[in-house]
Write a protein that binds this ligand. Structure first.
Ligand SMILES: NC(=O)c1ccc[n+]([C@@H]2O[C@H](COP(=O)([O-])OP(=O)(O)OC[C@H]3O[C@@H](n4cnc5c(N)ncnc54)[C@H](OP(=O)(O)O)[C@@H]3O)[C@@H](O)[C@H]2O)c1
Length: 241
């Protein structure tokens, strides 16, 4: 049976939960084709598939895992509307894990994966006219401030922020490349009250805005004809506290 090709899909890495899931769901509602990578097969993946998403199991912890995913995308799409690098891990430095392992894991998911996928898939983004396609990197508020408990995480996200500049240069004018740097967007279910209050107090806005805040920014970036090479901060004015 011939493989069915998707019409100019948006690729979202790590789309099985939280922000990535919200983006995938939003695009499907808008009639936009979506390819989602997932590492853990949450029940939500099946729901996305029912709604028409192509969901691909992918583990970016090895170069082979990254390249296999790129190959699967190429097999299912001749053009891409956007590539959204959402997949992430928030590893702290911990006595239980060798420091070199922590650093390598953070660099792998936040630097190696986007670096290789951008190179391996950029030809599918190009050729759709000026500003015809997008790459979006998810970085973090901590790139501008550092983090005493997540040093490798912050450094790897800072590298990703820097790659935003390089890929914006390399791929213009066909592809806009931007970064989104969130601070607190949403809590994890097991975050206790004390942690929640402390986190809320860090911003001027004193709220966890939820995924929709990010969905609206992504929509803005996709619609723009002119915004590229920028980091867009979604942090409730935390830098002013
Ligand atoms: N949520 C916030 O408040 C916040 C704040 C600052 C920055 N951000 C950034 O915004 C983005 C989305 O945040 P989020 O909280 O929605 O993320 P999340 O819940 O941590 O989800 C990230 C996804 O990436 C996947 N992933 C991790 N390592 C992977 C690997 N080696 N290979 C393939 N997939 C992998 C995870 O798979 P598993 O489910 O299998 O672990 C998970 O589904 C992230 O880049 C994050 O750093 C978020």
């Amino acid at each position: 049976m011939a493989i069915q090709r998707l019409q100019c899909p948006i690729v979202i890495t790590g789309g099985g939960r939280r922000i990535g899931l919200a983006l995938a769901s939003h695009f499907l509602t808008a009639g936009q084709a979506v390819i989602v990578s997932y590492r853990t097969r949450y029940p939500e993946i099946e729901q996305l598939e029912h709604r028409g998403a192509l969901c691909l199991a992918a583990d970016f912890s090895s170069e082979a895992g990254i390249s296999t995913f790129a190959g699967q995308v190429r097999a299912r799409a001749t053009k891409l509307r956007a590539l959204i690098h959402n997949a992430s891990q928030w590893l702290p430095e911990s006595p239980d894990t060798p420091l070199a392992t922590t650093l390598a894991t953070m660099l792998q998911i936040h630097v190696t994966a986007p670096y290789l996928l951008n190179h391996q898939l950029s030809d599918l983004l190009c050729g759709q006219g000026p500003a015809g396609a997008d790459i979006i990197h998810f970085t973090d508020y901590v790139t501008g401030r550092g983090s005493d408990k997540h040093i490798a995480y912050a450094a790897s996200k800072a590298a990703l922020e820097n790659m935003t500049l390089s890929f914006a240069r390399k791929l213009a004018p066909g592809v806009k490349v931007n970064a989104i740097a969130p601070a607190l967007i949403m809590f994890n279910p097991d975050d206790d009250d004390a942690y929640r209050q402390q986190a809320l107090d860090k911003s001027l806005m004193k709220m966890a805005p939820g995924e929709q805040e990010i969905v609206e920014l992504v929509n803005y970036l996709l619609a723009s004809r002119y915004v590229t090479g920028r980091t867009h901060h979604v942090d409730g004015g935390r830098h002013l506290r």
